[in-house]
Write a protein of this length. Sequence first.
Length: 259
Amino acid sequence: MIFCIDIGNSNIKYAIFDGSKVKGTFRVTSKRDATSDEYGVIVRDLLREASIPKEEIKGVIMSSVIPSLNYTMEHMCRDYLGVSPLIIGPGVKTGLNIKTDNPKEVGSDIIVDSVSAIKKLGVGTPIIAIDFGTATTFDVINEKGELVGVVISPGIKSALDSLTLSTANLPKIELERPKTVIGKNTVSCMQSGIIYGFAGLVDNIVNNIKNELKRPDTKVIATGGLGKVIYKETKTIEYFDDMLTLNGLRHIYEMNVKE
């Protein structure tokens, strides 16, 4: 079995694959000051909950946007899983040709999402892969399967946190679709602004990318926890896959490691 770890700014997502079959998925909060033992206890308990002995884990692959956690997680994998992780970075085969000004500055999460989107949707038609994370990223892939650029905008949670932290009278809220666009109370007013505001942001950026590519047939796929609420209100997102990143890690592992 393969253990996939996606370290994001807000959450760490884990998935265990037996071939292409998902045996378990988990999500925990990213804690920059946690020790390898603290993360190890979490992983040990998650495996126990899924009834998966650690001895069945034959490989680990990891993508991280928090460099300070890499060392911690490497030690956790060796000490608690008995496996050194394959970390997305220089020297790792991804099959992705990056056509940006400085390919080295492209984040591992963007690379993994792009690989997964190409695997899922194929080449021949451009793809926009949107990840609703701490930031909202739009990965632009041409018809040859090359990453030609990225758009980065504020994340949904970041925008929501900014509202509650910067204003004295606005409460923390659950992000769900309000009954009407016009809010009748503080909570519904905030929900409307975030959900419909981000839906409009997504549609505007996607349409501008399509125009710039001169490819109105560009396919659009999205992932990311908070995106589940937003994508239903958009006119441009065709597919939503909450396993896009983790499946991308599995694909890259299979490219690099032969059983």
